[in-house]
Design a protein around this ligand. Structure first.
Ligand code: 5GP
Ligand code: MN
Length: 343
């Protein structure tokens, strides 16, 4: 089976395009996570070495625990700089789309990218890519988009020697966060070899762990405590655990972007639990984060019922219903999956 698909634009043409300085935009998904920012800034730090004019544009803000990443100071957040971002996308010669594969994942920025005359390059590891790109480097077996950025630079472009400390730091962060610290099944020996190469290139692994994982506010920890002691519900009949949070609770604990990340994994860490959900009431909609173990397809539930998607073991979606309605709907869906959940 061919794992990497080169569609439409030939690699040789892309290499030729990159042979002279270009106006380049790199963008990534709504509420970027460690892989979204790590892969985007990894590629950014590679491309600026070659005198391209490069801007990373994110559709929304992202957690403070990623703000130390090399190149972060140059990132443009679309919602804070709509005019500047619009001009940059309209004038771009190349747009790299990282860690997403449907333009709806980048909100209003999606239409701007669709309308732009730029060559669009998708680098991604999510299922079911949408057809908006001119060149695609896509592999659902990759544990992170940062892994694909590494192989894109090293194998496709043949520039392994140009992977410096900044690039290595960003890519290490992406692989570490998306593989849940090298724990998920797709953290293969090849991934460990890539990670070793990144450490050789200057990524300081223990320091990156400190910066990402030991960087919480007191509020974040107290909110986590509240979720675990008061809001965790274990549905043993379905080997499922859920944590639900209201808007008022988010306000009470001063929860900011990034503070809710990872809470769902605590629910999944209970022995025997195969599916965990974190369901949170946001201002305009209810957001669901699902995690599963083994073969259980969390993305199936998100795709079918909650306008979302993702990976088999980590998926997300949204609903315009009330929090109570969404919780009820989620529980009503479980019997459909009972066989898979209790086997
Ligand atoms: P999280 O639960 O951390 O928000 O997301 C987990 C995974 O699901 C990520 O891979 C993310 O890309 C995907 N995901 C989260 N929300 C959505 C969504 O609304 N739509 C789609 N298609 N994927 C999502
Ligand atoms: Mn990813």
């Amino acid at each position: 089976m061919q794992l990497f698909l080169d569609l439409m634009l030939e690699l040789a043409s892309l290499i030729e395009l990159l042979a002279q300085p270009r106006r380049i935009v790199i963008t990534t998904h709504h509420k970027p996570d460690g892989d979204a920012m790590g892969s985007s800034l990894g590629l950014y730090n590679y491309l600026i070495q070659q005198d391209h004019h490069v801007k990373v544009i994110t559709p929304t803000d992202y957690p403070d625990f990623l703000a130390w990443l090399p190149g972060n100071g140059e990132v443009i957040i679309y919602t804070d700089n709509i005019d500047a971002a619009t001009v940059l996308v309209a004038n771009a010669e190349l747009v790299f789309c990282l860690d997403f594969n449907a333009l709806s994942r980048i909100n209003e920025l999606g239409e701007l990218v669709r309308q732009s005359g730029a060559v669009k390059i998708m680098i991604d590891h999510h299922l079911d890519p949408e057809d908006f790109d001119d060149y695609r480097y896509w592999n659902i077996n990759a544990c992170a988009t940062a892994q694909l950025v590494y192989t894109f630079i090293a194998d496709k472009l043949g520039n392994n020697a140009m992977i410096n400390k900044d690039i290595a730091t960003c890519l290490y962060t992406g692989i570490m966060t998306d593989s849940a610290s090298f724990r998920l099944p797709n953290t293969t020996a090849d991934v460990h070899r890539i990670v070793a190469d990144l450490i050789d290139a200057g990524a300081v692994n223990w320091r990156i762990h400190e910066l990402v994982y030991n960087n919480a506010s007191e509020c974040k920890l107290r909110f986590l405590g509240h979720c675990l002691s008061e809001k965790l519900e274990v549905l043993y009949e379905f080997n499922t655990a859920i944590i639900t949070v209201t808007k008022e609770e988010l306000e009470k604990y001063d929860v900011i972007t990034g503070d809710t990340e990872g809470i769902v994994n605590y629910a999944l860490s209970i022995a025997g639990i195969r599916l965990a959900a974190f369901i949170v009431e946001r201002t305009d909609k209810v957001k669901l984060s699902l995690r599963s173990r083994g073969e259980f397809p969390a993305n199936d539930i998100c795709k079918k019922y909650f306008n979302g998607g993702g990976h088999r073991n980590a998926a997300g979606g949204t609903s315009t219903g009330t929090l109570e309605e969404v919780i009820k709907q989620f529980k009503l869906i479980l019997p459909e999956y009972k066989k898979l959940l209790i086997q």
